[in-house]
Design a protein around this ligand. Structure first.
Ligand code: IDP
Length: 149
């Protein structure tokens, strides 16, 4: 009756984003975080860490049988990453759209990978692929008490 739009949070989601070691090394952290905030997402968890090998293997478990698995784990543990918990409306697919295609050569103009990444192996950013992965990956990197309410 007041005419105000009341946000009811129906499509609110959480997802896991991660700036990979190449992005951290190249000082891209602040720029990437700013993109998320400009998009309207809320950064509810944030930490820089070197991923222990075992955690990296768990995180990328679905790729265990791939020929590039060893290379992938070597790379992701090669230096600090920035682990990010994001909240927002449809943030899971929204983040994937902002990232661009896995291979930066195929990434649409204006995406993070098109703007900053060089190779398929070193492609600056990770984002959970779907709801199940988002919940699993957030759980690997953050405890509940570490996240903003
Ligand atoms: P995504 O990160 O866009 O979701 P996935 O297919 O889930 O892509 O692959 C996970 C990560 O594995 C990629 O981001 C990339 O860093 C790495 N990767 C994928 N394919 C290759 C490859 O052919 N060679 C080396 N690394 C790869």
């Amino acid at each position: 009756p007041s005419g105000q739009v009341v946000y009811c949070g129906r499509d609110m989601q959480r997802t896991y984003a991660m700036i990979k070691p190449d992005g951290v090394r190249r000082q891209l952290t602040a720029r990437i975080l700013q993109r998320f905030i400009d998009k309207g997402y809320r950064v509810i968890g944030l930490k820089q860490l070197v991923i222990p090998r075992e955690l990296a293997e768990q995180h990328y478990a679905e790729h265990r049988e791939r020929p590039f698995f060893g290379e992938l784990v070597d790379f992701i543990t090669s230096g600090p990453v920035v682990a990010i918990a994001l909240e927002g409306e449809n943030v899971i697919t929204g983040l994937r759209a902002m990232m661009g295609a896995t291979n930066p050569k195929d990434a649409a103009p204006g995406t993070i990978r098109a703007d900053h990444a060089t190779t398929i192996g070193e492609n600056v950013i990770h984002g959970s692929a779907n709801e199940e992965d988002a919940a699993r990956e957030l759980g690997l990197f953050f405890g509940d008490a570490e996240l903003l309410r």
